[in-house]
Ligand binder design. Sequence first.
Ligand code: NAP
Length: 288
Amino acid sequence: MKVAVVGANGQLGQDVARAFGARGHAVTPLTHAEIEICDAGRVRSVLQSLSPDLVINTAAMLQVDLAEDEPGRAFAVNALGVRNLARQAGQDGFALLEFGTDYVFDGAKNAPYVESDTPHPLGVYAASKLAGEHFVQAYAPKHFIVRVSGIYGAAPCRGKQGENFVRTMLRLAKERGQVRVVEDEILTPTFTADIAARLPDLVETQAYGLYHLTAGGQCSWHEFTRAIFDLAKTDAELLATTRADFPTKARRPAYSVLENAAFKKLGLADLPQWRDGLARYMREAGLA
Ligand SMILES: NC(=O)c1ccc[n+]([C@@H]2O[C@H](COP(=O)([O-])OP(=O)(O)OC[C@H]3O[C@@H](n4cnc5c(N)ncnc54)[C@H](OP(=O)(O)O)[C@@H]3O)[C@@H](O)[C@H]2O)c1
């Protein structure tokens, strides 16, 4: 299969390109310099010259707090940029795989969200990503929407100054010796390599639709940081704090655990537990 990966030098994009290459697919990695998804003409010319069977989009404006101040930019990339890809998919007949976010939910359910649960975004970033999902559903008949949560990987997250949560916590531990982390926000942080490894199987089913794809289990950011510090054997002090004491510009769900219900129904192997993914990531990154 000919596969084009948009955002190919990003955190998730690098692992996705590698996973499809390893499965024997012909992968064309596309960086932002090669394709601007907000430019419909460029999307058309680049993708028509490649005539892919599948386009995987990892490009997004993902600064959750900044999006509150720049809603136009968030919607330009996450909604209208995705619309350009979706319309091209509909016209040219390729399949489109788009990534969504756990933040489309408001957390009120307080139990793992399945794909049929109704989204209720609390902020601009989440609303713009949900709009992107709707454009994919509207224009791209052959689509996969894959919602992920709290991702971290070997490649730097370009939208977050090249850091991920794990590296940020270890940097703060070193710089300050004491770190405060919220204990009242629950999710399932997931290693990007574990997501990427499942995608070729998912795509090969041709069972188009909406999927949740996260590691197993759940934890608070505080519990996640405890595990990071234990694995890194840092003796920095870890203190628990709450969202009330740590206000951010964007509202975030207090609970955004996703259940991989649709994925499991296909009979595909589920992802490992979050602790397992974290330990592997830290070993591979030389952090533990
Ligand atoms: N990070 C998380 O915790 C998280 C959680 C849930 C969902 N997600 C979703 O996961 C996906 C991947 O995120 P990531 O962490 O891999 O992000 P990332 O490292 O910032 O990668 C995004 C890539 O997209 C490119 N890009 C940005 N705007 C573009 C545009 N207008 N046109 C073309 N390319 C563009 C970036 O290139 P430049 O840097 O050169 O602009 C970068 O290569 C996104 O859909 C995000 O919403 C992330």
